[in-house]
Design a protein around this ligand. Structure first.
Ligand SMILES: Nc1ncnc2c1ncn2[C@@H]1O[C@H](COP(=O)(O)OP(=O)(O)O)[C@@H](O)[C@H]1O
Ligand SMILES: C=C(OP(=O)(O)O)C(=O)O
Length: 577
């Protein structure tokens, strides 16, 4: 219902019902202003910015509640939202039904992945990020050690244990066979035209020579190759090689810091996708029962099978997200995604290995491929890069988030913005606001092109499809009960315009579902009696303010493992709360 309810809540809160005029939430709560009386109705008449999408599943109510522009800049959204929440809080003292629904983690459908690093690895920041809208905490194993990552895992688990209505998934991102420059005592400046050397000798860090962490670097590169440092922030051309060094000329200079990415344009390193360090980190993830692995530099499906076999052998129920970031992974895109549980468009390395202008096209294709196979998809890197140092994003960054949301990504990711940036909470708030605003312009779910083929479970697919139709045409939320997460993921795949309230009696499944678009995962003990469980679930939604008395929901009983069903009979009920 998020879209429909979000649309409704926009109508209820942002627009004056009586006049039908467009009002900003703060203005609505204040006496009528000149702007709301004079300027905004004109703006509304022009209808210039109402966005609609072609959709094969019609959304009658959603289209009636067609969204309209709230004419504010991203910075204003932050201030306005704060003012609005304050004013609304004052107005709603004594209203017990506000609860969860106003929380960033519920109304928004597109999920937010935050990389945790020095700016955010303390208890207070993990809490604040979670309350600001983080859905998944990402640990990048290229940095830090097990002790520092353990601390973060424990903090997230502590948050989850004490939070009644929110849950954060944990994603362990492997270092992979990435090539990086070594540690430096302090950053060094590379000047255009200067000679600079990369060496495979360990521990070198002078103004004109630095170590590389990969012994075959000298064999893999050729004279004339273009080396990109830090995703292309600096570039060098290879001039000559010795047994242990590569001499280069700086083409684009800049500041070289410790452990920066090194890519050779058009080439992948000849290293295995899962290195010894990665296996060590994967075991660390198994011991800590993380929810997802993001596997770096996956070249082929074989690697995914190898990891999945290993996880099965140690009885670890951890989902595998493949990072698409090399030329090899693009060549084998279909088979890699088929073997995995989802993919990440890792635009940093992807745009260094392949021509940068290919990145938006590949992003679209990867999202489309994942969507057609019912796999999760995350768009990553540079989404709010300028917010590492500035309190407000560039307009291009705002558009970038909106594009990923409209293309149908399950999640958008913050990297340096939350790991080592100056404004991690503001970055999450901007991402939240932009995603929510964009979602309100998407009318009705889009039907995946391969209907009935992705899950090879036709009965469940048919029920997910029809529940989506019902949700879209009636403008209602979906309620599903799931022990494995399967039916909630399947419903998410169809992108119903309403929220998917997924009740599960497994904490692990609740955490996993935090990644999936439109799914609001809720933990609940199931009783042996179906009717009693339904009643408890609906009462809980009502108590939390997520549905109102008299509202209808589509209640779906389907999925691979029958719950309260005899002979696997499936059904969808429309229930009044
Ligand atoms: N666990 C960590 N410890 C220290 N620094 C980190 C950590 N995680 C991320 N960072 C910092 O944040 C930056 C951006 O994060 P990310 O994009 O995940 O890394 P990278 O692009 O280096 O793989 C990193 O380059 C690093 O400087
Ligand atoms: C997400 C990416 O990977 P990492 O941050 O691990 O380099 C990327 O390259 O875009």
């Amino acid at each position: 219902m998020a879209q429909v309810v979000a649309t409704r809540s926009i109508r209820a809160n942002y627009f004056s019902k009586a006049s039908g005029s467009l009002q900003d939430p703060v203005e609505k709560l204040k006496p009528a202003s000149f702007a709301s009386k004079v300027l905004l109705p004109d703006h509304r008449k022009s209808n210039a910015v109402v966005l609609t999408r072609n959709s094969r599943i019609t959304a009658k109510r959603a289209s009636r509640a067609e969204p309209e522009l709230i004419p504010v800049s991203p910075e204003d959204v932050l201030k306005r939202e704060e003012q609005y929440e304050q004013l609304r809080g004052i107005q709603q003292v004594g209203d017990g039904s506000v609860g969860m629904w106003s929380k960033p983690t519920v109304r928004r459908k597109t999920k937010i992945v935050c990389t945790i690093g020095p700016s955010t690895n303390k208890r207070e920041m993990v809490w604040k990020l979670a309350e600001a809208g983080m859905n998944v905490a990402r640990l990048n194993m290229s940095h830090g050690d097990h002790a520092s990552h353990q601390k973060v895992i424990d903090l997230v688990k502590e948050y989850n244990a004490q939070s009644k209505d929110n849950t954060i998934a944990i994603m362990l991102d492997t270092k992979g066979p990435e090539v990086r420059s070594g540690d430096l005592p302090q950053p060094i400046t590379l000047t255009t035209g200067q000679e600079f050397t990369f060496t495979i000798k360990r521990g070198v860090g002078t103004p004109d020579c630095v170590s590389v962490n990969y012994d075959d670097f000298v064999n893999d590169v050729e004279v004339g190759d273009m080396l990109l440092v830090d995703g292309g922030m600096m570039s060098l051309v290879v001039k000559s090689k010795t047994e242990d060094s590569v001499k280069c000329e700086v083409i684009d200079g800049g500041e070289l810091k410790s452990r920066r990415h090194l890519n050779v344009r058009g080439k992948s390193a000849t290293l295995p996708s899962i290195t010894e360090k990665d296996w060590d980190d994967i075991k660390f993830g198994v011991d800590n029962k993380v929810d997802f692995y993001a596997v770096s530099f996956v070249k082929d499906a074989e690697v995914v099978h190898e990891l999945k076999n290993y996880l099965q052998s140690c009885d670890a129920d951890i989902h595998v997200i493949v990072k698409i970031e090399s030329a090899d992974s693009i060549r084998n895109l279909h088979s890699i995604i088929t073997a995995s549980d989802g993919a990440m468009v890792a635009r940093g390395d992807l745009g260094a290995e392949l021509p940068i202008e290919e990145v938006p096209l590949l992003q679209e294709e990867i999202i489309r491929t994942c969507r057609s196979m019912g796999k999760a998809v995350i768009v990553a890197t540079n989404m709010l890069e300028s917010m590492i140092v500035h309190p407000t994003p560039t307009r291009a960054e705002v558009s970038d988030i909106a594009i990923a949301v409209r293309e149908g990504a399950d999640a958008v990711m913050l990297s340096g913005e939350t790991a080592h940036g100056k404004f991690p909470l503001k970055a999450v708030k901007v991402m939240h606001t932009v995603a929510l605003r964009t979602e309100a312009t998407i009318s009705g779910g889009e039907m995946p092109p391969n209907l009935g083929q992705a899950f090879k479970n036709h009965m469940s697919e048919m029920f997910a499809y029809h529940a989506t139709m019902m949700s879209n045409t009636l403008g209602i939320s979906t309620v599903v009960f799931t022990r494995t997460g399967f039916m909630a993921i399947l419903l998410s795949h169809y992108r119903p315009s309403g929220t998917i309230f997924a009740f599960t009696n497994e904490k692990r499944i609740q955490q996993r579902l935090a990644l999936y678009q439109g799914v609001c995962p809720i933990y609940m003990e199931f009783s042996d009696d179906a009717e009693e469980t339904f009643k408890t679930a609906l009462a809980l939604l009502q108590k939390q303010g997520m549905v109102k008395e008299g509202e209808e929901v589509a209640l779906v009983q389907s999925g691979r493992q029958p719950i309260w069903r005899f002979q696997s009979t499936h059904n969808i009920l429309v229930r009044k709360v």
